[in-house]
Design a protein around this ligand. Structure first.
Ligand SMILES: Cc1ncc(CN)c(N)n1
Length: 215
C-alpha cells in the first residue's frame, strides 16, 4: 500500500469527519446558511495566505524540476482563479472590508496557519507535502462526489466545488500523493514519524476548521 493511503487509513475517523462534513453537504445542497459561508470564506482567505507561503517553500525544496513544476502551476491557480473566486464571493455576499482583510481568527484557523508555517520553516520537504497533500486531498474527497450539483448552485457554492474537483485538480492531488510517497519512502524512521504527525494534525485541523465555521 502507498504510504499516503496508509497515512489516510490511520486517521480514518477524522478523515471521514472532515470529508463528510455537514458544512460540505449543505454547501452542495445549496442550503448552507450564508452567515456560515461568509465566516468560512473570511477564515479561509487567511488560510490561503499561509498556504501560498507553504506551497512556495515546497516548490523551493522539491528535489527536481519535474517535481517542482506541477506545484508551481497549481500555485498559479491559487493566485489566479481561486483568488478571484474569493474576491467575487466577498462582493456578492457583501463581506465587509475588515472581515476580508483581518477577521478575528478562529482557533483552528490560527492552528492551521501555525502548522503550515512550521512545515515551511522545517526545511523538510516531506513535512511540507504532508500538509499540502492533506489540504487538497480532503477537498477532492468531499467535492468530487457532489460535482453534479454545481449547475444548480449560486457561483459562491458551485465554483468552490469546481475548484476542488475534475481532472486537473485530481492530477494535483495525484502529484502531491506521489511526492509524499517518495519523501516518506526515503525518510528514516524518525522523519517518518514527523511526517505522520504533520499528516494527522492537518487532517484533524481540516475537521475542526469546518466545525468552527459551521457552529
Ligand atoms: C482549510 C482549507 N483546507 C483546504 C483547502 C483546499 N484548497 C482550503 N481552501 N481550506
Amino acid at each position: 500500500m502507498q504510504p499516503s493511503e496508509q497515512l489516510k487509513e490511520h486517521c480514518g475517523e477524522h478523515w471521514q469527519s472532515a470529508t463528510e462534513h455537514a458544512f460540505c453537504a449543505e454547501l452542495a445542497e445549496g442550503s448552507l446558511p450564508l452567515d456560515k459561508m461568509k465566516r468560512y470564506l473570511a477564515q479561509d482567505y487567511t488560510f490561503i495566505d499561509n498556504f501560498v507561503r507553504l506551497a512556495a517553500s515546497a516548490i523551493h525544496y522539491a528535489p527536481s524540476l519535474p517535481d517542482r513544476l506541477p506545484l508551481a502551476h497549481f500555485l498559479g491557480n491559487i493566485a489566479g482563479p481561486e483568488n478571484t473566486y474569493f474576491q467575487r464571493s466577498f462582493d456578492m455576499l457583501a463581506v465587509v472590508e475588515s472581515e476580508r482583510v483581518s477577521p478575528e481568527l478562529l482557533k483552528p484557523t490560527s492552528d492551521f496557519q501555525a502548522l503550515m508555517l512550521k512545515a515551511a520553516k522545517s526545511g523538510e520537504y516531506g513535512n511540507m507535502v504532508a500538509v499540502l497533500c492533506v489540504a487538497e486531498w480532503v477537498y477532492l474527497s468531499w467535492a468530487e462526489p457532489v460535482v453534479e450539483a454545481v449547475d444548480s448552485l449560486p457561483f459562491y457554492f458551485g465554483e468552490w466545488i469546481t475548484l476542488h474537483s475534475g481532472e486537473y485538480f485530481a492530477s494535483v492531488v495525484e502529484h502531491l500523493r506521489g511526492q509524499l510517497d517518495n519523501a516518506f519512502n526515503t525518510a528514516d524512521e524518525a522523519q517518518q514519524q514527523t511526517i505522520t504527525a504533520y499528516f494527522n494534525e492537518a487532517v484533524l485541523l481540516e475537521k475542526q476548521f469546518f466545525d468552527a465555521c459551521y457552529q
